[in-house]
Design a protein around this ligand. Structure first.
Ligand code: DGY
Length: 322
């Protein structure tokens, strides 16, 4: 009998076809988020659950008993939405999709840096509204990106890819904060300097780009006092997770002009966005687009399938977290 698999949201068609060939697959044809009750039922009825980063798999959605699920193959690299302790308690293997979305997420970090500093969103809104008065030397003056200092918080794969783009594409100096020491070849090539505290990075950087995981360990890492430690003309870029930033403190800092602006692809409590952010011209807001390219979304799906197939074939699972 083929293992019973449930996919919580629509995936790229080629990946869905592959899943149907290999497994007894149930798709969520309506593509609306499953409720807690539906998720709980999924753990009772299916050998594999294939969630994504917008499904909240808290301890409460794991049933007390009769858990049939053996593996959770997450579509996405971040897994702070999964209570991994609860999964472990039920003997469920959990996998993610690292590596395949590195470039596209780093690209979006650069896109946000450029858009917010060069006022691209604001300029486009003005033009579309028919309010562009025409070129003049003082029109919509932004901040130069090339040659500035980038501060990376979390020098993992995506942090490094962003630093590479900043260094080699825009001649930026790179400083970074990472809990453990990082001094591999790549860091040497970028000539990036690891500073001993987050505060030192915040004090030096013209752009602070967040690349650390979400979840309890980094919740509100960027709080009021850390925002105050940033340069007044600096920009905050977040493509990591919304909960890494204290959103209310960010709104206050932007209103008080403590920092120059922010480029945000992720939000605490997304898809809800705090109203004040929507009205600020010095903020660029994207709907969690980091990995949203055809190539990357297919690669993410394929990676999840590889994990699943390895698990059911009894081979070592490549991207096992739990
Ligand atoms: C992930 O995979 O964690 C990303 O946030 C999805 O873009």
């Amino acid at each position: 009998m083929r293992p019973r698999v449930i996919v919580t949201r629509r995936w790229p068609a080629t990946v869905e076809q592959l899943l149907s060939q290999r497994f007894d697959t149930t798709f969520n044809r309506h593509d609306t988020p499953l409720t807690s009750n539906e998720l709980r039922a999924a753990f009772r009825d299916f050998e594999a659950v294939l969630p994504t980063v917008s499904d909240h798999l808290s301890a409460a959605v794991f049933p007390e008993a009769k858990v049939r699920t053996k593996v959770i193959a997450n579509f996405g690299v971040g897994f702070s939405h999964i209570d991994t302790d609860a999964a472990r308690k039920h003997g469920i293997v959990v996998t993610n999709t690292p590596g395949v979305l590195t470039d596209c997420t780093a690209d979006i970090a650069m896109c946000l840096m450029l858009s917010v500093a060069r006022r691209a969103g604001e300029g486009e809104r003005q033009l579309r509204a028919g309010e562009w008065p025409g070129w003049c030397p003082t029109h919509m003056i932004g901040s130069k990106v090339s040659g500035k200092t980038l501060g990376v918080v979390g020098m993992g794969r995506i942090g490094k890819a962003t630093a590479r783009r900043a260094r080699f594409g825009f001649g930026m100096d790179v400083v970074f904060y990472n809990r453990s020491k990082v001094d591999d070849e790549e860091i040497v090539a970028i000539e990036a300097r690891q500073l001993s505290s987050l505060e030192e990075v915040l004090a030096e950087a013209d752009f602070v780009s967040l690349h650390c995981p979400g979840g309890a360990e980094n919740r509100q890492l960027i709080n009021a006092s850390r925002l105050a430690a940033m340069k007044r003309g600096a920009f905050l870029i977040n493509t990591a997770r919304g909960d890494v930033v204290d959103q209310n403190a960010l709104i206050d800092a932007l209103m008080r002009g403590e920092i120059a602006g922010a480029g945000l692809d992720v939000f605490d409590g997304e898809p809800q966005i705090p109203e004040p952010l929507k009205h600020m011209e010095n903020v660029v807001l994207l709907p969690h687009l980091g990995s949203a390219t055809k190539e990357t979304r297919v690669a993410m799906g394929m990676r999840a399938v590889e994990n699943l197939v390895a698990f059911f074939d009894g081979r070592p699972v490549p991207d096992r977290i739990v």
